[in-house]
Design a protein around this ligand. Structure first.
Ligand SMILES: [Zn+2]
Length: 221
């Protein structure tokens, strides 16, 4: 899942308007960003199933980036860091911003849980693993992802009510582009990506995407 994670960022912007959407998107993609780093460092692994041409998905050993306990720790850390770096904001705004970032981080685990096979450990690699395997029904999984983006964007327009054109149309174009790339990328991928290439893309895509979102949202308060 990729585009679907951004829907969480769009919804959570409502919690504290002063927090830039770029940061919420980064929080929602944090698990995959970390996975990219840990794969390159040799601490987590990407596996390519022999029948990739039929299944169109990779499998993983990723207890530190995508485990349940790890996700709770990353979410708490996200809250603490956000709270700490906003000393000039009111205590209420700092707490709301921290909570929005923590929920954006944790939402990644919840949304991935729907699509991954049971490979998301509760704790370490030897603990029970979670995953509802929606990727085995790819049209359903991608339909869920498109649905999440639609719901997230409609909520963003109607509840967050962005005022500037960039925050409305810029974000709309960005979401459309990312959704089309996510769906076509998974649906038509017959040859697996090289593991290091995939890892690099999880590290660099968030910079581009969150940087654009940050720019589009910078005049909103
Ligand atoms: Zn993930």
């Amino acid at each position: 899942m990729f585009a679907g994670h951004l829907a969480a960022g769009l919804v959570l912007k409502k919690m504290e308007r002063r927090i830039n959407l770029g940061w919420l998107f980064f929080a929602a993609l944090f698990h995959d960003f970390l996975l990219g780093i840990l794969v390159l460092a040799g601490l987590e692994q990407i596996h390519i199933p022999a029948n990739f041409a039929q299944t169109h998905y990779l499998t993983f050993t990723f207890p530190y980036s995508h485990g349940l306990t790890a996700s709770i720790i990353w979410s708490l850390l996200g809250f603490a860091i956000t709270y700490a770096v906003l000393p000039r904001w009111s205590s209420k705004e700092r707490k709301q911003a921290g909570l929005a970032i923590a929920l954006a981080i944790f939402s990644h685990f919840v949304l991935d849980w729907f699509v991954h096979i049971p490979e998301m450990p509760l704790l370490g690699e030897n603990s029970p693993k979670l995953g509802l395997s929606l990727w085995n029904n790819l049209p359903l999984a991608l339909g869920l992802e498109v649905g999440l983006v639609l719901i997230g964007f409609v909520y963003y327009l109607s509840m967050v009510k962005p005022k500037t054109n960039l925050a409305k149309y810029g974000i709309a174009v960005l979401m459309l582009l990312v959704t089309v790339l996510t769906v076509t990328g998974q649906l038509f991928s017959e040859t697996p990506p090289p593991a290091n290439g995939a890892a690099m893309s999880w590290i660099f895509q968030p910079f581009l995407l969150c940087g654009l979102a940050y720019w589009f949202d910078r005049k909103e308060k």
